[in-house]
Design a protein around this ligand. Structure first.
Ligand code: NAI
Length: 777
């Protein structure tokens, strides 16, 4: 070929990476692997083959873990944990650092093994997966070092069960193992059955680093092994994978007092405005949907392009697709490699075949004869209700529709049950920064896509799961506040008889949408104190819950108010309560029969002032990520929070929940103390006189057991908390699995309300959205 011809065709030859070292490592291990338990590999047992999806060749044989294996792994992790935590942050940092160094030293081996096992282009495993995995260990070595000084109130959870998928095998391991170890936990990890090899190489690295035995345990096998881990005696489950399995895990763990983080699926929008740099946006799309063959939870799989440029954009996109090189993943010139397994390939084929809408364009590449390959595909002209616009395909298939205005773009982008990521492409920085906060997603990239770093938390909202991985925010998933918890003591409403203290009928109503409302069922109950009948309260039912949630949903404008305004309203509530302090104290004393009312009212006023103080100061962060640009970690309200308030502290329990939640822009539906509800019903008079907009705070009275399920299963409730003296943790967590809402339940223990937990409440009342804004030319 002449040089002129070369310039004309831009043709270039293959540049294959050698598989020799990785294959030699497999031979070295005997091609058969057991598990890594208590610092050593077990003898290989019955199992299954791990294949190279690009060729179908068997790479190694893996062992399917039995119940005995899982029990042994959990026992080893349990045995090692206290000693590992006792090493201190600085002690643990040295091991994490050693692991990072060894991963760096063997990075090419890791990259080639990953590509052989998963089918992803070597370009990606070499330049993205493996360096990012190392970075997680370096970063978290630093977090271990800083734990005592920066997180003095945090302690490790204990043993963490970690279940990871096959799309980023080593990277997902790093995201899970590094923070867990840094914070003093030990782990039992299960890699996905298709891609366990780099996890086993990682086990080898742990041995080389001299990591104390039992700190990292790795068991291999299918979903059944995952189920065994979920059922075992661990303190936390961290899961990344499909939403369906995530939901099953939520159900299986409900009521067991386990911490849980779920990083699930997505159908992330990729929004291109008409002023965008089109060529860059198209290159971005190549990374958004053809990176890792589209098998990326945050893949920009839903293209939304502004109508005026749609034709030009799609034409250019099709031309770019036709230039993509698909083939041997070990070839350094390849853009698109193999899909992970024939099963996944069939899923993609089935989903695309079931679609009859729109126009399909398949990239003009030739598929290799063998191996799991699927061509880059674009389907234009779909409408929002088409299944392929809603369902996660998890393959190299992009679906596309158009929009006219920015508002319509936001509406279309948010028209999904998921909320993992989104991309905004425009040359107008004001537009980008206006749109980014409106997108319901955990991560937003501006004029870039699929940027990740250990310093910036990653995770979703809605059915994309909960919890963050990475950054300071990710550490919360591996720690809990220090301090002993008291066992829960159920408080029954007092019974009595005789004449009312006050001859006038005092039946306190519910407080819904800024108005007093009679309970739907028309029932009430007497509230007795030591001195006699204090009044009656309405018994709310599921219909009242629905009304209250509707009112709270309607008050969404509260989230858009400024912290400055919310602070003033909270101060105002505090002042108004202060003016009626003696009356409230008397009310509390007469209900509880104690003399703690004055103290409780004073503490409630302080909680209100503290929340007011934080309302305009609980700021986000700017993460220093290794790009020319920033990741803005913005704190956003969770949305509508339903809470069963503490029974033992009728006013303080309610205020301690309400104040930080509304300070952050949430709306709340509060079930008042069940035995002592009258302080809450008096309190809405304070709200009425304090400029709290209707629907921001809604107060129900009645049985917590009756209200828990409708609150936890309501699809417009984003989080449910329970501090009730009735332990409703199991019911709530189970009912919450429907839309995977966040939960904070007491697991039969109670908080000490005399202690100010405002920071914990502020944290639970906010979601962190990381908005990546690169800069430069
Ligand atoms: P999956 O969710 O079934 O598997 C992920 C991990 O969970 C694997 O390690 C698996 O062995 C384990 N697992 C499976 N069932 C389990 C159970 N009942 N209890 C505990 N652990 C269990 O995902 P799969 O089948 O590999 O892929 C199916 C679909 O899931 C894909 O087509 C894709 O749509 C989605 N997916 C999403 C991922 C994400 O990162 N969001 C990652 C992988 C898959």
């Amino acid at each position: 070929m002449t040089i002129k011809e070369l310039f004309d065709t831009m043709e270039y030859g293959p540049a294959p990476e050698s598989a020799a070292e990785a294959l030699a490592w497999l031979v070295d291990q005997g091609d058969r692997f057991g598990h890594f338990i208590d610092g050593a590999f077990t003898a290989p047992g019955d199992g299954f083959d791990s294949r190279n999806p690009a060729t179908g060749e068997v790479l190694a044989t893996l062992t399917q873990a039995t119940q005995t294996d899982v029990d042994a792994a959990v026992a080893a992790a349990r045995k090692a944990q206290l000693k590992w935590a006792a090493l201190g942050g600085a002690g643990r940092a040295r091991y994490l650092y050693a692991i990072a160094r060894l991963m760096q030293k063997h990075s090419r081996l890791f990259a080639v093994l990953e590509t052989l096992d998963n089918g992803k282009p070597i370009r990606e495993s070499r330049d993205i997966d493996i360096p990012l995995a190392q970075r997680h260990f370096y970063y978290h070595a630093g977090m271990a070092q800083l734990m005592e000084s920066e997180l003095p109130d945090a302690e490790p959870l204990g043993v963490c069960g970690q279940i990871i998928p096959w799309n980023f095998p080593l990277l997902m391991l790093a995201w899970k193992v590094a923070p867990a170890l840094a914070m003093g936990n030990t782990v039992v990890l299960k890699p996905a059955e298709y891609t366990s090899l780099t996890a086993l190489l990682f086990a080898d690295i742990c041995q080389q680093a001299g990591l104390p035995k039992g700190v990292v345990n790795i068991v291999t096998g299918d979903g059944g092994v995952g189920e065994m881990i979920v059922a075992s005696d661990v303190d936390k489950i961290a899961f990344t994978g499909s939403t369906a399995v995530g939901r099953r895990i939520r159900e299986a763990t409900s009521g067991r007092g386990l911490e849980l983080t779920l990083e699930l699926g997505g159908k992330s929008a990729y929004i291109v405005f008409d002023d965008a740099d089109i060529d860059s946006a198209i290159e971005g799309l190549v990374d958004a949907i053809w990176f890792n063959q589209g098998q990326v939870c945050c893949a920009g799989s839903r293209l939304l392009v502004q109508e005026g440029i749609a034709d030009r954009f799609h034409t250019k996109l099709r031309a770019r697709m036709d230039g993509l090189r698909l083939g041997n993943p070990l070839d350094k010139c390849i853009d698109v490699g193999a899909v992970v397994d024939p099963v996944q390939l069939q899923t993609i084929e089935r989903m695309v075949a079931s679609n009859t809408a729109g126009q399909v364009h398949r990239a003009a590449c030739t598929l290799p004869e063998n191996g799991c390959y699927y061509p880059p595909t674009l389907i234009t002209g779909l409408s929002t209700s088409d299944p392929l616009m809603q369902e996660e395909i998890f393959g190299p298939v992009l679906v596309s529709t158009t929009f006219r205005t920015p508002a319509e773009a936001v509406e279309l982008a948010n028209n999904t049950r998921y909320g993992l990521a989104a991309t905004v492409w425009t040359e107008n920085v004001n537009l980008a920064l206006d749109i980014a906060p409106k997108l319901v997603a955990g991560v937003v990239w501006v004029n870039a896509t699929n940027l990740f770093d250990a310093a910036a938390g990653f995770g979703g909202v809605r059915e994309s799961g909960f919890g963050r991985e990475g950054g300071w925010e990710g550490l919360a998933a591996y720690t809990r506040p220090k301090g002993k918890r008291k066992a829960l003591a159920r408080i029954e409403p007092a019974s009595g008889h005789g004449a009312p203290v006050d001859p006038i009928d005092r039946t306190a109503k519910l407080y819904v949408g800024g108005k007093q409302a009679r309970p739907d069922g028309g029932y009430s109950r007497p509230v007795w104190g030591k001195s006699g009948l204090l009044g009656h309260v309405g018994l709310a039912n599921r219909k009242d819950v629905r009304n209250a949630v509707e009112a709270a949903s309607g008050a969404a404008g509260w989230a858009r108010t400024t912290g400055h305004l919310r602070a003033q309203i909270l101060y105002y509530i505090g002042e108004n309560l202060s003016a009626r302090a003696a009356e409230f104290a008397h009310r509390i004393d007469s209900m509880t029969g104690k003399r703690s009312g004055a103290k409780e009212v004073e503490a409630s006023i302080q909680r209100l002032f503290t929340a007011a103080a934080w309302a305009d100061k609980y700021d986000g962060q700017v993460h220093g990520v290794p790009i020319r640009g920033v990741a803005l970690a913005m704190k956003e309200p969770v949305g509508v929070i339903g809470a069963l308030c503490a029974d033992e502290a009728p006013l303080l329990g309610l205020v301690s929940v309400m104040a930080p939640a509304i300070a952050m822009g949430n709306r709340v539906v509060l079930a008042a103390s069940e035995p002592y509800p009258l302080a809450a019903t008096d309190f809405y008079q304070i709200l009425d006189t304090s400029d709290v907009p209707a629907g921001v705070v809604n107060i129900l009275t009645g049985s917590h057991a009756e209200l828990a399920k409708p609150l936890a299963s309501h699809l417009n409730v984003d989080a449910v908390w329970s501090f009730s003296s009735t332990d409703l943790s199991a019911e709530i967590e189970k009912a919450a699995s429907g839309n995977l809402k966040r939960t904070w339940v007491n697991n039969a223990t109670s908080l000490d309300w005399s202690v100010d937990h405002s920071k914990r409440f502020l944290q639970a009342a906010t979601e962190i959205k990381n908005i990546w804004v690169p800069y430069g030319e």
